[in-house]
Ligand binder design. Structure first.
Ligand SMILES: CC(C)(COP(=O)(O)OP(=O)(O)OC[C@H]1O[C@@H](n2cnc3c(N)ncnc32)[C@H](O)[C@@H]1OP(=O)(O)O)[C@@H](O)C(=O)NCCC(=O)NCCS
Length: 161
């Protein structure tokens, strides 16, 4: 997979990209909320069948990534992040659309995701056609032990043009 959206370049990632993914992860996710994954978690997930990584770079620097998984005809967006220095330049939108396109190519008809209640990412997900379908109480555990609800969103992608 490859492509260009404005100055954002997208490519399929692999285990060799996890060092940079971890840098973006640590910068992107506020530790208060417990959403970030460790490198070991990313490596473990990426080793599973049906899991893929998309990397976004600007001027050769990796600034964002998405991790997704397909199971049968459904997919899940597991992680989506943009380095704070490169926000609001369309990176996450481009990554999300690339995940949707790849999922469609793999025969997926519906894509799911979980997001912390109150996360700004909800604006992006709604803009890209996702609708809230459920809630998970106390899903995320923050750095100080506080618990945060997750909201589940989904979008049908079967009939896209
Ligand atoms: C959420 C996140 C991925 C957005 O990344 P981004 O590259 O800045 O997003 P984009 O530039 O593609 O934004 C696309 C649209 O989403 C919406 N959006 C993104 N960030 C927003 C914010 N902070 N407030 C309101 N709307 C926002 C806007 O509609 C935006 O379009 P616009 O800039 O033309 O108004 C980024 O803020 C991030 O990494 N957050 C921490 C990690 C995280 O919470 N990830 C999601 C859960 S896994």
């Amino acid at each position: 997979m490859s492509g260009t959206v404005n100055l954002v370049e997208l490519r399929e990632g692999g285990t060799q990209d996890l060092y940079n993914v971890n840098i973006v992860m640590q910068e992107a996710f506020d530790p208060r909320f417990g959403e970030a994954w460790t490198s070991a978690q990313c490596l473990g997930m990426l080793s599973l069948p049906g899991v893929w990584l998309v990397i976004a770079s600007i001027d050769g620097r990796d600034m964002g990534f998405a991790l997704a998984r397909v199971i049968a005809d459904e997919a899940e967006l597991l992680l989506l992040a943009t380095h704070p220095a490169a926000r609001r330049r369309g990176i996450a939108g481009a990554l999300l659309r690339a995940v949707i396109e790849e999922a469609r190519g793999r025969g997926v008809v519906r894509i799911h995701l979980e997001v912390r209640s109150g996360n700004d990412a909800v604006w992006l997900y709604r803009r890209e056609g996702f609708e809230k379908v459920g809630e998970r109480r106390d899903y995320y555990r923050g750095r100080s032990g506080q618990l945060f609800d997750a909201h589940t969103y989904a979008r049908d992608i079967k009939d896209l043009d």
